[in-house]
Ligand binder design. Structure first.
Ligand SMILES: *Cc1c(COP(=O)(O)O)cnc(C)c1O
Length: 436
């Protein structure tokens, strides 16, 4: 039996949305508009209104090969005929095994064990729980806090929030709920800047003061994303890895945004040539098709957890290892490996830099920077989303700035002409917006 229904009209969608639907970081009292999308193909979003927008956001870092990459959607459809889902407790399947083999092979050497989950925030929760259980297993249950970086972002669940920047993460709202973690300054040495040991002063101090209660350092290697689009020196990551080893701390690398080539290396850790003890993946894992995340760890971490009381790792989501999502991820990774991704990323980096540089002369623009396939225009003042969002749409592009940051991370398939249209629109909108 098939279920037929007629789709809602655009007006009905908008009415229901305004009355009932929460959006990310949204308010029912807000003037910031939402736009109904009918379909998407390649780098284009097609709105109900008939407009077509070039997508500069890759739906928050996720659509690697563009929307509706047929290899992925076909594989999902085929998998759905065979096995859409099955519980992962006591059962296993080929899509999970194949994906795990890919992830172990692709990730930095030494990451051998894979925990599949549903979203980035959950992958971070799992990483933190692994670190806590690791020290518990070693008879040091007091080592249960995280050392996190200011301006970091690790997700929206309570545990993940506790390691986000205390100011932008609005910790004051959840003061008595969030675990009090330890924070160190944002790494001040920029990506291309000359490295100096003095950049470690604060983190060394924090470690010295707190190592008895610290389980791990958690950081986004090289690119702090949502917390400020800050590109910092790989030397910092390398030095923190050494500090962790010297001070009995685990290192958790949150590669949820940076993974799968975005910064020019397959994983941002590779800029520093290190293997973290635990690594989180998400966002583009399935090429922007299904929700899936993974937490990888070393044998040392896994063996320690499993050799002590309670003898198991304490986590197990209902949709763990979902076969449709694993299939999507496998095809996504194969597509990436079969593409010329390194040269594609450097092509995008060049195009982003050339295209965005004209903004730099604007007095209200503070900085223009790029790394890999990430382009950022940082304004002097936070932008008014209610005003600037419709301007981007009028100019045929989809962007979602936050605070002072107008940033883009196009799908790797974006062609030079499309990128030019995107960056020109960004420059034009900034020109108009700042002239008002
Ligand atoms: C997006 C993001 C997360 C959270 O992932 P969700 O899938 O939104 O829960 C965690 N860490 C980093 C670095 C991210 O960019």
């Amino acid at each position: 039996m098939s279920i037929e229904r007629s789709p809602l009209s655009e007006a009905e969608i908008m009415r229901i949305d305004a009355e009932h639907i929460w959006h990310p970081y949204s308010s029912f009292k807000s003037a910031v508009p939402v736009f109904p999308v009918k379909s998407a193909q390649g780098v284009y979003l097609h709105l109900h209104s008939g407009e077509t927008l070039i997508d500069g956001m890759s739906s928050w870092w996720s659509t690697l090969h563009g929307y509706n990459a047929t290899a992925i959607s076909d594989a999902i459809a085929k998998q759905a005929q065979q096995l859409s889902h099955v519980m992962f407790g006591g059962l296993t399947h080929e899509p999970a095994a194949y994906l795990t083999k890919q992830l172990v092979k692709l990730s930095p050497d030494g990451l051998e064990k894979v925990f599949l989950s549903d979203s980035g925030s959950v992958a971070v929760e799992i990483a933190m729980k692994m670190a806590i259980q690791y020290w518990h297993a070693k008879g040091q249950p007091n080592k249960n806090k995280m050392l996190a970086l200011r301006n970091g972002y690790h997700g929206d669940t309570i545990g993940a929030m506790s390691v986000c920047d205390p100011v932008t993460g609005m910790h004051h709202l959840f003061k008595n709920t969030l675990t009090q973690q330890v924070f160190t300054e944002q790494p001040a040495c920029k990506f291309h800047e000359q490295w100096d040991e003095s950049y470690l002063t604060d983190i060394k101090q924090q470690i010295a003061n707190h190592k008895h209660e610290l389980a791990a350092v958690i950081l986004e290697p090289v690119v702090q994303g949502t917390g400020g689009m800050h590109f910092y020196s790989p030397e910092y990551v390398k030095a923190v890895k050494a500090l962790c080893e010297a001070n009995n701390l685990l290192l958790i690398a949150d590669e949820i945004a940076t993974g799968f080539g975005r910064t020019g290396k397959m994983f941002a850790c590779e800029h520093a040539g290190i293997t973290p003890d635990i690594m989180c993946l998400g966002k583009t894992l399935t090429g922007g098709t299904m929700t899936l995340a993974a937490t990888l760890c070393t044998n040392k971490v896994a063996d320690t957890i499993c050799n002590a009381e309670p003898g198991v790792f304490m986590h197990g989501p209902t949709f763990m290892g979902n076969p449709l999502a694993c299939t999507a991820a496998s095809v996504n990774i194969d597509l990436l490996l079969n593409s010329n991704w390194q040269s594609n990323i450097s092509r995008l980096q060049t195009g982003l830099l050339e295209g965005l540089l004209p903004c730099k002369h604007n007095a209200k623009v503070k900085d223009v920077r790029t790394l890999g396939a990430i382009g950022v225009v940082e304004m002097q003042e936070p932008v008014d989303m209610a005003k600037i969002q419709p301007m981007f749409v009028e100019h045929g592009v989809w962007l979602r700035p936050f605070g002072k940051l107008i940033y883009m991370m196009p799908a790797y398939i974006m062609q030079d002409e499309q990128l030019k249209t995107l960056t020109q629109a960004v420059c034009n909108v900034i020109e108009k917006y700042t002239a008002q």
